[in-house]
Design a protein around this ligand. Structure first.
Ligand code: ATP
Length: 270
């Protein structure tokens, strides 16, 4: 079957309200991407150049993709998503061509945001580029850098890349005019966890005893994706018992289920 190497989402259905915590990061991303796309003249007046690319790094499941989608939604930009690990594994020999096509499409459909997920798959520092597979991955990266160098910072194409491994990246991608803005997306703190729980229980009928503050306090170390899974598991538990209201007991069950078998500081207290 034909597998598409990248995905175009005309208008992602995610807004800033769907993101818990990360206020500072949203602010920085808006300045780096939304402002120059919407008001390029401001940058001209001030005589400064916005970043062409932004790199989001941090543990998996904490909202990197979500943030990129929200920015695309808010700017009405065409959103093109490319998963770098797939370029390296599924589309062997085609990486450079795919990168070229993605940038062509982005320019044609501008304003556009290109999201490159797991960029470390093509941009890890390499000691030797000996094997043909390595050389091919290197060609893909070279094409990406050439595309980025080839356009103007005020063209309305922006690139967001994500990674869990900032430490292994080739410094070439961090040079000025490339990914020159780096934003950390960390694990949520207690308040962040509370905000995320609020979002994922927005449409849920909660019993009066459900205490989201308490849940946030006892889930230290949980990612946004974990917290979402906890909410879903709690609701499924209620459903299984033919209840249409979700109780604190359901949440306690779900917390244990989702975080079971994982080393987390709170594992002992549950
Ligand atoms: P990965 O590195 O695995 O791609 P990521 O950081 O991009 O992870 P997302 O794909 O954005 O994580 O998050 C996975 C899911 O977890 C989201 O679709 C969302 O439902 C939930 N989630 C994660 N972080 C948050 C958050 N800050 N607020 C609300 N929901 C979140």
């Amino acid at each position: 079957p034909y597998v598409q190497a990248f995905e175009v989402i005309e208008k992602p259905n995610i807004s800033y309200d769907d993101i818990g915590g990360l206020e500072q990061q949203i602010q920085e991303l808006r300045e780096a991407i939304e402002l120059p796309l919407k008001n390029p003249h401001i940058f001209k007046i001030l005589g400064i150049e916005p970043p062409k690319g932004v790199l989001l790094y941090g543990p998996p499941g904490c909202g990197k993709t979500l943030l990129a989608k929200a920015i695309a939604h808010e700017t009405n930009a065409t959103f093109i998503r490319l998963v770098a690990s797939e370029l390296a594994q599924k589309f062997i020999g085609e990486g450079a061509r795919i990168v070229r096509e993605v940038f062509e499409l982005a320019r044609k459909k501008a304003p556009s945001i290109i999201l490159i997920d797991e960029i470390d798959a093509i941009a890890a520092r390499r000691i030797d580029v000996g094997t043909s597979g390595e050389r091919e991955i290197h060609r893909t990266l070279t094409q990406l850098l050439a595309e980025m160098d080839g356009f103007n910072p005020l063209d309305n194409v922006k690139i967001i890349a994500t990674t869990n491994r900032l430490d292994i990246l080739d410094p070439a991608i961090l040079r000025p005019g490339r990914f020159d803005k780096i934003i950390e997306i960390p694990l949520p703190n207690t308040r962040g966890r509370y905000e995320i729980l609020k979002i994922h229980t927005r449409k849920m009928p909660l019993a009066e005893d459900v205490d989201l503050v308490k849940i946030a306090q006892i889930t230290e170390g949980a990612t946004g994706a974990d917290l979402k899974a906890i909410c879903v598991e709690a609701a499924l538990k209620a459903l299984r018992e033919n209840r249409f209201i979700v109780s604190m007991e359901d949440f306690n069950y779900a917390i244990k289920k989702v975080i079971k078998n994982r080393y987390r500081p709170y594992a002992q207290i549950l």
